[in-house]
Design a protein. Structure first.
Length: 427
């Protein structure tokens, strides 16, 4: 019922913005359009033209950064705009699937069992890495499991085609150009065959899905053979991930956080994942451990995440959680890594329940959320269909202004209320 009401509101908004043609005029336009199309020769897609132009023009940029003409030709010749990459860039699972669905897969019993088996098989390597870098073995195993299912799915896209597709146009141009240059530097420094550098659609590669810039900064030789092969060498891949997490600030001997229970009168606007408070202050606000006991003593200030709003579990997180976010900047991903790591180590998983009855928002509905909030004067940032920090901040402001618990969690019910308000005000 909620989704039907929301869609009716969306349809009403769309109808008010489009002028209708008389039936006979519209039929004439369609008939004429098809008749003209039949006479036209096939036209090359403008996106393909723009992509080819980018590949040609980017050569000068690469050469100015020290890339040889031979390396550029070997890596960039024969690549094409990849429509699948463009589509996947719009629907990243960390951002569009409900977090409970994402975690069901990321922390499945099979993935836990496989991680525990890998802990035994790679025990010597993991022990060495714990000593050298201070990153717990269960975290390294969990990153490995979440990134490629322990090496089973390392990606099969041409690395240069994927990055060039992201770099020629779209929302990730600057990121992709930087990584494309780094990938070319990898070829030149490591004497790699670019045709064998298979990757994910987003340009991450190998067992632990590193980006080219991260490889240049942090990759290490973990098996002592004189090479840094993140595709085929598990020790190289695990060692490089440990090196990256350590360089990003992993605190040796400290945990990532733990699940908490919030009181019903909790000021939910503080649970934004950014507000830092000493444990004593959170305790004064009524925050307890998931089992109802007092929060463990900790000299480090923590922040609280409620990724599914006030009706889902809450988590006290510390600096190591934010280090995981640097590896992949999605709360769903970071939580999956931390929870899977706990399970691999034999610790308890999430105790609280998720609001599984909530239906996920489609991309059109997410855009409608952003657009409606903006019309009501609550700035969500860029209208792009991604429910990020800006949207949640704007939603918290809307909730506070309307006397609601400000948990910043977007639902179809809230979307219906906001669209109704927009319609009533005729914005």
């Amino acid at each position: 019922m909620i989704r039907s009401a929301v869609r009716i509101l969306l349809l009403m908004c769309a109808m008010s913005a489009v002028a209708a043609f008389p039936d006979d005029a519209l039929a004439h336009r369609v008939h004429t359009h098809h008749a003209h199309d039949a006479l036209k020769p096939p036209v090359e897609d403008p996106k393909d033209i723009a992509f080819d132009r980018f590949v040609t023009d980017f050569r000068a940029t690469a050469l100015a950064q020290g890339i040889s003409s031979a390396v550029y030709g070997a890596a960039m010749s024969g690549i094409h705009r990849n429509a699948q990459v463009e589509a996947l860039n719009q629907e990243q699972p960390e951002f569009v699937r409900p977090i409970w669905v994402y975690l069901d897969s990321a922390t499945s019993p099979l993935r836990v069992a496989t991680g525990q088996r890998m802990a035994s098989e790679q025990a010597a390597t993991l022990s060495t890495l714990e000593t050298k870098f201070g990153v717990p073995r269960e975290i390294l195993l969990s990153v490995w499991g979440n990134e490629t299912n322990y090496g089973a799915n390392i990606g099969n896209f041409n690395l240069f085609e994927a990055l060039a597709t992201l770099a020629y146009d779209g929302t990730r141009i600057d990121f992709a150009k930087r990584e494309l240059l780094a990938a070319l530097q990898m070829v030149q420094q490591e004497h790699l065959d670019p045709k064998e550098m298979r990757a994910s659609w987003a340009g991450a590669f190998g067992q632990l899905q590193m980006l080219p810039s991260t490889f240049l900064k942090s990759a290490v030789d973990g098996d002592g053979d004189g090479k840094r092969d993140l595709w085929h060498s598990i020790p190289d891949a695990l060692a490089s991930a440990a090196s990256e997490l350590a360089s990003d600030g992993w605190q040796r001997g400290a945990g990532w956080g733990y699940e908490v229970r919030l009181p019903t009168d909790f000021p939910y606007e503080l649970a934004d994942g950014e507000t830092l408070k000493p444990i004593a202050e959170w305790t004064k606000l009524g925050v307890r451990a998931a089992d109802g006991t007092s929060l463990p003593a900790n000299t480090e200030a923590g922040s609280i995440y409620i990724p599914a709003g006030r009706r889902g579990p809450g988590f006290m997180t510390f600096s190591n959680f934010k280090v995981i976010l640097k590896y992949n900047n999605a709360v769903s991903y970071a939580l999956a890594v931390c929870v899977l790591g706990d399970l691999i180590a034999g610790r308890a998983g999430i105790q609280g329940s998720w609001p599984r009855e909530e239906q996920p928002l489609s991309r059109d509905e997410r855009i409608a959320f952003q657009t409606a909030l903006a019309k009501l004067g609550f700035d969500p940032g860029k209208i792009d269909g991604v429910i990020g920090r800006g949207v949640k901040t704007a939603l918290r402001q809307y909730q506070r202004a309307h006397g609601m618990p400000a948990d910043g969690f977007p639902t179809l019910g809230l979307l219906g209320l906001i669209l109704t308000e927009v319609a009533q005000k005729r914005l």
